[in-house]
Design a protein around this ligand. Structure first.
Ligand SMILES: Cc1cc2nc3c(=O)[nH]c(=O)nc-3n(C[C@H](O)[C@H](O)[C@H](O)COP(=O)(O)OP(=O)(O)OC[C@H]3O[C@@H](n4cnc5c(N)ncnc54)[C@H](O)[C@@H]3O)c2cc1C
Length: 554
């Protein structure tokens, strides 16, 4: 199916929003054999899904709020993702230091860890352990103060190295199962007057063409935009979302810095504070502040950056961190339910599948409120069950046993990677380092990326050496991963967030390849380059921005 089929098809479900929850629902329904269209106004993972702490975790802190069900569900999902997406989701060892002054004392942390292990009784990862011996603690090279340190708890969770790629692989899986997945398509109107059928108006933001779309059910998976979407249907729709903003900063790793991921109780407010080694950086976050600003332009504020720096400088021993040390920052808004009067950290992280029929009588509308990255698959399954029940289908969810495209046919990713890196390097005359980098990003899909070089051998050339990236990846992003623009390609397909220059160094070369495939004129290419520079500057505020631009011109 293509965009041309939009107006002539009655879809079982139209999903608004291509964050992790929307694409997860599309995948779930398409695998059950339903006729599905997903409409995303910008790009897959272009909003909150691309702005998280990247943890695939049970959520240790939710135990304090007695959200045992959510923790168990998350821990189960963590295990399923390790199986279905081993190239994208990897184990992460975290250390929790317990100080004399910690609000959560040794016994509290111990009780929490035991419960966490019990709730993940069927996991493949090791249980937690405590380290109380000073010499053993020193060996862990925590990189933070040991004054008043009583013990360290070490436990495992997981990390989605690039959540944007997780989202795009789920979107590909949905498309393979038959869903029509359209990014760059904004829903501008939604009408529920006719019984049994919802009518949407959808605008292709590139061509300006609008299409009428009919669906038996509409799923509003707009994340923080859920209320905006509901007000297209009924301008008096009561508020459902109470988003809180969270910001992160990235620093270069440094000698004497933490060797492990750290989960610290913030000295300023007792909230969780993470310092997580991620590629060449430390990912540091986060904040949690109610947000009512522009949902399309969410940035880390000076106050938030100040908070994170104060926290870092309180804990780190080897280096004092200033604003100049920040490589870049990013921020997102958690799509939480509106619970007026509650402190941000107390708002439930449980998702709500809001069936409007039960609340306001709208027959064919479901809104997704909340939903973590970790639990997208179970949320989608729950939503899929409800939709099937409403439409009278008896079909089970199949996602639990459906590996994502990069894991298809692979039983042991580690040995597959080792074998294939050598084999592919030989076949394509490339360095093993390059094929290994492709396998890290695409898993089994690396072979498909390399196959493109048969068409044009110069696509084997490196366009970036950190992270190692070849021209064929740009072509693959456009032909097989729905990319339409430079930020889709560089940020959300090639993972240029792993580079301090955020793709600015290889921007022109990327634009040249993309322009050829997408038939951009010279002028259009220049406009898109300028738009990318603005995007990177406004969204990430990178320290190297001026230097990268100057370097390119020089
Ligand atoms: C700071 C922070 C840290 C986090 N850390 C973690 C973590 O470590 N682990 C974890 O599991 N979770 C984490 N989360 C939560 C998680 O990231 C989000 O809950 C999840 O990504 C939400 O996904 P979503 O699909 O609901 O929303 P989004 O990703 O925001 O997607 C909604 C989409 O709807 C689209 N849309 C809106 N209106 C329209 C329209 N009219 N037409 C078409 N499309 C439309 C938007 O463009 C957007 O792409 C974190 C969140 C934040 C903010």
């Amino acid at each position: 199916m293509t965009e041309e089929d939009l107006s002539g098809t009655l879809f079982d479900a139209a999903i608004i929003g291509g964050g992790i929850n929307g694409v997860g629902i599309a995948q779930d329904l398409a695998l059950r054999g339903l006729k599905v269209v997903l409409l995303e106004k910008d790009d897959f993972a272009g909003h909150t899904t691309g702005a998280s702490t990247k943890l695939i975790h049970g959520g240790l802190r939710y135990l304090e709020y007695l959200e045992f069900g959510l923790v168990r569900e998350s821990l189960r999902e963590r295990e399923i993702l390790l199986k279905n997406a081993p190239h994208l989701v990897v184990p992460l060892q975290l250390d929790i230091p317990v100080y004399k002054t910690s609000k959560r004392n040794f016994l509290t942390v111990k009780a929490g860890m035991v419960l966490y292990d019990l709730l993940s009784w069927d996991k493949s990862l090791p249980n937690h352990h405590f380290i109380r011996n000073a010499r053993k603690i020193a060996r862990r090279e925590l990189g933070i103060t040991t004054r008043g340190l009583k013990a360290v708890t070490s436990y495992y969770d997981c990390q989605a190295l690039l959540p944007e790629r997780l989202c795009v692989e789920v979107a590909r899986s949905a498309a393979t199962a038959g869903a029509l997945m359209l990014n760059g398509h904004k829903v501008t109107a939604c009408n529920h007057d006719e019984p049994g059928v919802a009518r949407l108006t959808v605008k292709n933001r590139q061509t300006g063409i609008t299409h009428p779309v009919k669906a038996r059910i509409v799923v509003n998976a707009g994340g923080i935009f859920v209320d905006k979407i509901l007000r297209m249907i009924d301008e008096k729709s009561p508020r459902k979302m109470g988003g809180t903003k969270g910001s992160h900063i990235l620093l270069h790793k440094f000698d004497g810095g933490p060797k492990q991921a750290l989960y610290i109780e913030a000295y300023q407010d007792g909230r969780p504070f993470f310092i997580i080694p991620w590629y060449d950086f430390y990912l540091v976050g986060t904040t949690d502040i109610y947000y009512d600003g522009d949902l399309d332009l969410v940035r880390a504020s000076e106050e938030e950056i100040g908070y994170l720096l104060r926290e870092l400088n309180h804990w780190l021993t080897k280096k004092s961190i200033g604003r100049d040390d920040i490589v870049y920052s990013y921020a997102g808004v958690r799509p939480l339910p509106w619970e007026p009067g509650k402190k941000e950290s107390r708002v439930t992280r449980k998702h709500i599948i809001y069936d409007h029929q039960a609340h306001d009588g709208t027959e064919n509308l479901i809104s997704i409120i909340g939903g973590k990255l970790t639990t997208y698959r179970s949320l989608a399954g729950e939503c899929g069950d409800l939709i099937c029940q409403k439409l009278g289908y008896e079909r089970e969810s199949k996602t639990k046993d459906t590996p994502l495209p990069g894991a298809a046919g692979v039983t042991d990713m580690k040995s597959y990677r080792e074998e294939q890196a050598v084999l592919l390097a030989k076949r394509y005359g490339l360095r093993v380092k390059i094929t290994a980098a492709l396998l890290d990003l695409y898993g089994a899909g690396a072979a498909d990326v390399l196959a493109l070089t048969g068409e044009r051998p110069q696509w084997k050339r490196l366009i970036c050496d950190a992270p190692l990236t070849i021209g064929a990846q740009v072509v693959f992003a456009i032909r097989f991963e729905f990319a339409r623009d430079l930020s889709d390609i560089l940020i959300r397909r090639l993972g240029m967030t792993r580079s301090a220059c955020l793709g600015l160094d290889c921007l022109r070369e990327t634009a040249a390849i993309a322009g050829e495939i997408l038939n951009w004129s010279g002028r259009e290419r220049e406009e898109r380059i300028a738009a990318y520079e603005t995007y990177v500057q406004t969204r990430f505020k990178p320290a190297l921005f001026e230097r990268c631009l100057a370097g390119r011109e020089g």
